[in-house]
Every structure is written in C-alpha cells, then in structure tokens.
Design a protein around this ligand. Structure first.
Ligand code: HEM
Length: 391
C-alpha cells in the first residue's frame, strides 16, 4: 500500500515531466497518444494468437530472405512477440550491391537499420507508460550501465561486449536485481530485429532512453558480439551504494575514469528511483525522474540532507519535503572536495553537464568492445521529435 508521502512523490514527477513533455515534445506525444488510442479496443493480453502467427511468419520470412548470420543470436530466452506495433519496423533487407556479402547473403545493417531499432525502442518507451514513474527509460539506462560497468581495464574483461547478464551467475548478482524488467522490455525489439546482438541492443536502449528523456545526444556505434556464460564477470565489480569516495574511485578507476568523469556519470541519478525489493533503498533523487536535467547536482548542493529514520538501509532524505533521497555514495560527491568542484560545475550549468555526460556515457558503453569500425563511424541517432514522427 502506497504511503501518502510516496503517492506525493510519484504524483509530482508525473506532473512535472508531463508538463515538460507537452512543452518540448508535442509531436512525439501526439503520436503516442494516437498510437495508444489505436490499441484501446484490444484485449489486455494484447496479442491474439492469429496476430502471433502473422508475427512469427513475418519474422521468419525476414530471417530467411536475409540469410542472416545468426551467430550472435541467443536462444536461451523464450521469444514471445508482445508488441505487434513494431511489425512495421522490421527492417528491409539491404545487401551491399556487388559485394562478397551479397554473394553470401550476409545482411549488413545500415545506419537506417539502426535508426529503425532505435525507433522501435522509443515507440515502446512512449507507449508503455504504466511502469514506475511513467517510463521504462531509467531502468533501460541502468541495464546499459550495469552491462558496461563490469569492465576491468587491467584484465580487459567485462564491459558491454557479451551481454553476459543474460546468464546466471551474473544475472543473479545482487547489483542486477530488477534489471529483468529492462531485458524483458527489449525482447520484442530483439524479436523484430534478430540480427542485432543483445550487447548492441542493450547499449542502444541506454542511448535511446537518455535521448527520449530529453537528455543529450549520445553518439553510438554497433559492433558488440554476444558471448556465453563462460564470460560472466565475478560479483562485486559494480559499486556498493553504502560506501564512500574511496570505493567510488576504486570501482570507476578500474574502468579507467577520472574524478570529473565519475561525477558526470553520477548525474544519471537525475533519473529513476530506488526500489526496496531491488536494492533495498527507497525513493527518487529528483522531482522529475523521467526527464534528464542537472537537478541531481542542484539538489545535492542546495538542499539540506539528513539520515532517514526507517527500517531500511542507511540513506539520506531531504529535510524540507522528506520525499527525495540520496545514497551514501551520492553524498560522497559533496563530502570529497575534488568531487564537489565538479558537482558545483554541473549544478551551475546544465549545458556543461549534458556535454560531459554525453562524452562519458559514450565512453562507458564502448569499454572493452573490440570495434572494427573507427570513432568517426559513430552514429547520431535521431529522437522521435527530431524525425518529426507522428505529423
Ligand atoms: C557510485 C555509483 C553508483 C551507485 C552506488 C549506484 C547505485 C544505484 C542504486 C542502489 C540504485 C537503485 C536500484 C533500485 O533499487 O532499483 C540505482 C538506480 C539507478 N542508477 Fe545508479 N548507481 C551508481 C552509478 C550509476 C551510473 C554511473 C549510472 C548511469 C550512467 C546510474 C544509473 C542509474 C539509474 C538510471 C537508476 C534508476 C533505475 C530505475 O529507476 O529503475 N547509476 N543506482
């Protein structure tokens, strides 16, 4: 049963984000409202069995006609089709004319194909707004970060290449609790675009989440390959929220980040919330957890924070409204002088935060990936608004 305080916290972000959405994203919002209206007459279990057959036949045809190389295609999860709306997004077959690929029937995805995958994720993000504070965006970003943040620069193990969180033991690591919601969310997209690796899909999901939640554009490139459970990383590579600045430097230093980058990455906590049934912590960091802003830094610097008195793990709450939270690792960013300088910089300038966040998230998602492409080959995927979709 939701408490009054929790109801208040949940209502505020919704109000605040919907206001921002309606002022900044009228086109996309209209599109999804129309799309939702289209589904109003469908049963809640959504996909009739006949539709499922059409889906299966469509997906099968694409796989056959394209002669896909399915070496990256993982079959350990049941591939049920949940969202008929993305049928339209199944890519056309593009074989490079006159190339060896064409002779072999190998499908070489183009930038347009990745934009189609992006659009399928974005469309679901906007349609499935009955989750948490109204968006799967935050948990998608968390999935991409936890897939990437296992990287160890010394041994060159871990990182987003592999998507090994699909398997035990990594999927069962305490730090990854709740990320099944994000993995399941992306499964229909994987079904519609079986040529994309899970590793590319998860990081693309993170990019899409940030951009559709009005964050900065994040350049992204494909090239990750899925690996099996033998490549699962050991437990303990992701940060422990109950610790302090030394721990933050040890964990992110292992990945190859400097102090400023650690603070810029932490700004992701403008988004989403903690869940008692996942991490044990509770509540959102900001009043607009589905809109990317520099509010996390502003609140850290400007609000008074005290320990919350409750039965859960030690966490801070804002003294004034008692509805926002900070983890011990969040507070460590203002307790440490060097970290604090960057917190102040980002509290003062949303523009600077967006610029640095874009660079550091791009770096995070590329850790340990054996790209064959060049840095200049990165794609700038367009948001729904930028594409004028729904007009
Ligand atoms: C010291 C570093 C960090 C610690 C200790 C930490 C810890 C946590 C914890 C405990 C949660 C709550 C999970 C839950 O109960 O659902 C959380 C959520 C989240 N974290 Fe972090 N995190 C860190 C860094 C990052 C970074 C680098 C990113 C992304 C770049 C990130 C993105 C997120 C997001 C978006 C959520 C919200 C997820 C949701 O709403 O479901 N975090 N984090």
């Amino acid at each position: 049963m939701a408490t009054a305080a929790r109801t208040f916290t949940r209502a505020l972000p919704r109000a605040s984000s919907s206001l921002r959405y309606s002022s900044r994203s009228p086109v996309a919002k209209q599109f999804f409202q129309n799309a939702r209206r289209g589904y109003a007459t469908e049963s809640s279990s959504s996909t009739s069995s006949s539709t499922k057959y059409v889906w299966a036949a469509g997906a099968g045809f694409v796989a056959f006609a394209g002669g896909y190389l399915l070496s990256n295609y993982n079959t350990e999860q049941p591939h049920k089709v949940e969202n008929p709306s993305i049928l339209k997004q199944i890519p056309e077959i593009h074989l490079k004319k006159g190339s060896g690929d064409q002779a072999l029937g190998i499908f070489t995805p183009s930038a347009e194909d990745y934009q189609k995958v992006y659009n399928a994720i974005a469309k679901q993000l906007w349609e499935k707004d009955d989750y948490d504070d109204g968006s799967y965006g935050p948990v998608l970003l968390r999935l991409a970060w936890h897939a990437s943040g296992t990287y160890d620069a010394e041994t060159k193990t871990g990182g987003s290449n592999g998507a090994t969180m699909r398997f035990a033991p990594e999927g069962d690591h305490g730090a990854n609790a709740g990320l099944r919601h994000a993995r399941d969310f992306l499964e229909p997209v994987k079904n519609a675009f079986p040529w994309i690796s899970y590793s590319d899909l998860w990081t693309l999901g993170g990019v899409c989440a940030v951009q559709e939640m009005q964050g900065p554009s994040i350049p992204w490139r494909p090239g990750r390959q899925d690996r099996d459970e033998a490549f699962c990383t050991p437990d303990g590579r992701l940060p422990d929220a109950s610790k302090s600045h030394d721990h933050i430097r040890a964990i992110f230093g292992r990945m190859g980040f400097n102090d400023q980058e650690m603070v810029a990455l932490s700004g992701a906590h403008a988004l989403g919330r903690c869940h008692t049934d996942r991490s044990g912590f509770d509540g959102p960091w900001t009043f607009s957890p589905t809109v990317m802003t520099n509010d996390y830094y502003k609140l850290l610097m400007e609000e008074k924070w005290g320990w919350r008195s409750w039965g859960g793990p030690k966490q801070y709450q804002d003294v004034k409204s008692k509805s926002l939270m900070m983890l011990p690792t969040d507070m460590a960013l203002i307790e440490d002088n060097k970290f604090r300088e960057s917190v102040q910089k980002y509290a003062d300038s949303n523009e600077k935060f967006f610029e640095d966040f874009s660079n550091v998230v791009m770096k995070l998602f590329e850790l340990g990936v054996p790209f064959k492409s060049e840095e200049g080959d990165r794609l700038k995927l367009k948001t729904f608004d930028e594409q004028g979709l729904g007009q």
